[in-house]
Design a protein around this ligand. Sequence first.
Ligand code: C2E
Ligand code: MG
Ligand code: MG
Ligand code: MG
Length: 287
Amino acid sequence: SAKASGRNEYRFYTDDLASYSKTQSHLEYELKRAIGAGGLSLAYQPIVDIDTGKILCAEALIRWDEGTVGPDIFVPIAEMSGLVGRMTEWVLDEVGREQHFWRQHGLPLIPISVNVSPVQFKLRGFIEDIERRLRDQKLFANLLQIELTETVVMENAEHAIRSIKRLREHGIKVALDDFGKGYSSLSYLSRLPIDKIKIDKEFILGFSASNSSRAITDAIIALGTALQLEVVAEGIETLEMLMYVRQQGCRQAQGFYICKPVNGELFAKNFLEGLVLLGQPGHKKKT
Ligand code: C2E
Ligand code: MG
Ligand code: MG
Ligand code: MG
């Protein structure tokens, strides 16, 4: 009947749409809309002092459409399509808004760490954008940290080093994220004026299965410590992993075992009040 064939046509059409929606240009279009239309949000994941359980800071992690498309997919799209500038601006504004909100409600303030894409970091005007926000008191240097990956130094190391220095002169801490993942780590590390390194979570996640991951984790902790950098172990999913990095001399940790990324409201409600995570009654120990 006509009705049945209509239904079939409809099904065909939606299948087609579904595959179209997966294409990059469609994602690009949707992302562009989302940036302007309140479609993005931030999740916050605490970073704790392993010995005391105290929350030292939190990383802001961008979410789109409640997480249906992850940042590993859409951040590269933003980078390739020139949207990354607006995306980063949005993240910085949002972090500032959230911190003002916390301040207004008398909550203790902790630094929030923002991931800055190498593409954005290299653009002229990025440091000035941050400085303008500091001047306008939209952001506070002691409450802002920047996470970079080592690819920032690949094309123009001098420029990257100058920019990092300028951020740190304001008192903004700079971390090198996903450390060990790139291939130029060692040669650049001693030249980069950074405050901390975050061990790439692949090594932490792989360490129980692989001796080499364990060896790399050990080496990064030793190297960071020798260079007097803060060392953060990311991707801590079990008590075993936490105890292992601690025993190797790592003082700071972040990961699902400690706390998953949560929205700003939950973060304020559950964590800013107490500021202690590990060893608290509310903290679920894996058995
Ligand atoms: P990243 O900066 O290395 O962030 C850490 C990632 O590890 C986050 O993934 C976090 O949810 C995840 N994670 C934390 N603990 C664990 C754990 O115990 N186990 C496992 N398996 N994963 C854990 P997410 O949120 O999907 O972000 C992925 C990447 O996207 C980030 O890696 C960062 O490179 C990028 N990204 C996130 N937000 C932003 C942003 O605002 N701007 C830019 N430029 N990039 C961002
Ligand atoms: Mg990061
Ligand atoms: Mg990382
Ligand atoms: Mg990453």
